[in-house]
Design a protein around this ligand. Structure first.
Ligand code: AMP
Length: 622
């Protein structure tokens, strides 16, 4: 496929807000492609070059991109920055700059989707000394082959900011639409012209409908007697059922696609499987060791009673540790450690790797756990903030292991010789218990009990807090493991003042003694459409050290500068404490945090809390 044709799809996707329309645009894009191309297209439309589970990054910041644009456009850095300031988008900037240049030059070579993807992948592989200039050379070479519109999307792909509003749900639904029959209930079917299509009609609904549609001979099944999984996915274009069955079948198919994604964490694989092997293929997809899956997330509750209402009685009740989520993969004598963002941090945690090798008695498993750091002198728990130093560390790792040792607290298991995600949590925990050898001081099952008694939960919570942990988790004993979902199979109860996880979207260059540092952080929460809405500025109480860290993190993310004000790409998540939430016309969310303080950086989180959460906290104050 020519890249220019993909750009056509990008433009269509960008021009509608409707999820349904986006779904069908994507479904058109996916249909009729060969496997290789399909896999690439699925990634590219999600703004990815690699699969979600792959810990690889192209490693090009906005700053490097400006350098590449300088090379290819012939404009100076100053002019590029000027343009960038006015567009607020380096992709658009590239389009404008190259548009102007192209008027003076001729031929643009034809780019294919595969070529663009291959080139970008190759750029990610450059490492070590001189790699930055090689990256710049390669990107500028690719851009020089592109027409201005293509350049816009190449730049956006590299910077992972496609602005297309294509999330996981839309890709899942598009795969469903592209590779499975359309499912209609009888009422909808009346309005569709299905005469040219291969149709399967259930006997229950066919009578009246057929009277009017005599021209064609649909295949009629008694749907009730046909196993859904045996309906050949590519035999029919349309299946017509009564309303209840239509709904049932649709959600069955949707679950099959979702299952494929849950276990593989790779929509490319899911699309190719759906296309070639249908429902059976999807249901047969298996988890693979060393390919991390998304972690199940917790809902928040405010009281123990609400906790029991959500997860049922009796419930599993664990300490909630103030540490870092770690997914531990083990196969024979090999172990890998992944963060909640699915980054591979095995190198940073050789102590964890060693302990899992030694004390986990299984040749093939995936364990969900929390790593908790403690003070080597007195054994007391140290906060996550300190532990987070280990996550990105590339040197002096042994020293880190010694100064900030961790204890592994496993709380769930999602694979033991086969995937366990469909098994009940109570069963999973039993399996977990059976493979952890606890006679050591690095790995210990979570502190946990099973109870239906609120008083027991309360005293456990007091204990957890007095030991410096965060509170407790309550878990539904009968629930499956839902990767990536906040379904309420486990809930967290934190009695301390609620905090908000917010994304930094802007900042200000400081003045006076602190000039050269970015401060006064504009923080944003998220709305349903994925836009960031301001909820206030975090300006006071920042130490010099924090300001330095903030500057180091934010400077490469600057996308726009206006005097001292900068806008940054929304990538840094902070946990903010505050006195209260007020209504405010000043900020786009309509709320302002009073006296916000930076509690910590949330390197384990990718996204901000929702505007709903802000509104709920606002209400709960009164
Ligand atoms: P939060 O990050 O506030 O949404 O809380 C959920 C996080 O708590 C999980 O992602 C884990 O990293 C952490 N956690 C600590 N202890 C447990 C536990 N016993 N069970 C599950 N998650 C835990």
């Amino acid at each position: 496929m020519d890249y220019k044709d993909l750009v056509g799809f990008y433009k269509k996707l960008g021009s509608t807000q409707s999820s349904l329309e986006k779904t069908s645009i994507l479904s058109d894009l996916f249909s009729g492609k060969d496997d290789r191309e399909l896999e690439i297209l699925v990634k590219l439309c999600m703004g990815r070059i690699f699969s979600a589970w792959k810990d690889e990054d192209i490693g090009i910041s906005s700053k490097l991109m400006v350098k590449a644009l300088k090379k290819v456009s012939g404009s100076g850095e100053k002019a590029i920055n000027q343009e960038w300031k006015s567009t607020g988008d380096l992709g658009k900037t590239a389009e404008n700059l190259l548009g102007r240049k192209r008027q003076q030059t001729f031929a643009v070579r034809k780019l294919t989707v595969e070529k663009v993807h291959e080139n970008l992948k190759a750029v990610a592989d450059f490492e070590g000394s001189g790699s930055q200039s090689r990256k710049i050379d390669n990107i500028s070479e690719l851009l020089s082959m592109a027409n201005p519109e293509e350049a816009k999307y190449i730049v956006r792909t590299v910077l992972r900011n496609m602005r297309l509003g294509v999330g996981e749900g839309i890709v899942r639904d598009a795969i469903l639409e592209a590779f499975f029959p359309i499912i209609l209930d009888i009422k909808d079917a009346m309005g569709e012209d299905i005469r040219e299509k291969d149709v399967l009609i259930d006997k229950k609904v066919s009578n009246d409908f057929l009277e009017e549609e005599k021209e064609f001979e649909p295949e009629i099944f008694n749907f009730g007697s046909v196993k859904i999984s045996e309906i050949e996915y590519d035999r029919f274009d349309v299946i017509i059922l009564d309303k209840t069955d239509a709904r049932k079948l649709y959600s069955y198919l949707k679950d099959a696609v979702q299952h494929g994604y849950d276990v593989t964490n790779d929509f490319g694989d899911v699309a190719v499987t759906a296309k070639n092997r249908g429902i059976k293929g999807l249901l047969g997809l298996e988890m693979k060791i060393f390919r991390p899956v998304n972690a199940m997330l917790a809902k928040k509750v405010d009281t123990i009673k609400e906790g029991f209402e959500t997860v049922g009685k009796p419930a599993g009740v664990d300490y909630k540790y103030d540490g870092m989520r770690a997914q531990l993969h083990k196969k024979d004598d090999e172990v890998k450690v992944f963060t909640r963002r699915l980054d591979d941090v095995t190198e940073q945690f050789p102590d964890v790797e060693k302990a899992v090798k030694e004390f986990v008695k299984s040749d093939e498993c995936i364990i969900d756990s929390e790593l908790v750091a403690y003070d080597p002198d007195d054994g007391s728990t140290v906060p996550f903030q300190k532990l987070s130093k280990r996550i990105k560390r590339k040197y002096d790792i042994d020293e880190m292991v010694e100064n900030i040792p961790v204890e592994i607290r496993p709380f769930d298991i999602i694979y033991l010789e086969k995937a366990l995600i469909k098994r009940k949590y109570s069963e999973r925990f039993e399996k977990l218990e059976s493979i952890i050898e606890e006679e050591n001081d690095v790995i210990r099952l979570v502190d946990r009990m099973v109870t239906d008694n609120e008083e027991d939960v309360n005293s456990m919570q007091q204990r957890s807090l007095s030991e410096g942990q965060e509170g407790i988790m309550m878990k539904n004993l009968d629930a499956e493991y839902k990767p990536g979902s906040r379904v309420g199979y486990m809930v967290k109860l934190k009695p301390v003042m609620e905090t908000l996880d917010l994304v930094i979207i802007g900042a200000e260059w400081s003045e006076g003694r602190r000039s050269g540092w970015l401060g006064s952080l504009t923080m944003g929460c998220k709305d349903d459409d994925g836009n960031y809405l301001e909820v206030g500025k975090l300006a006071t109480g920042l130490t010099d050290k924090q300001l330095e860290e903030i500057t180091n993190r934010l400077e490469p993310l600057i996308v726009e500068e206006d005097g001292r004000q900068v806008k940054v790409s929304p990538e840094v998540v902070v946990e903010a404490e505050f006195e209260e939430i007020q209504k405010s016309p000043t900020y786009t969310s309509g709320f302002a945090l009073r006296f916000p303080r930076l509690k910590r950086f949330r390197d384990d989180k990718e996204d901000a809390d929702s505007i709903e959460k802000v509104a709920r906290l606002y209400k709960s104050q009164n």
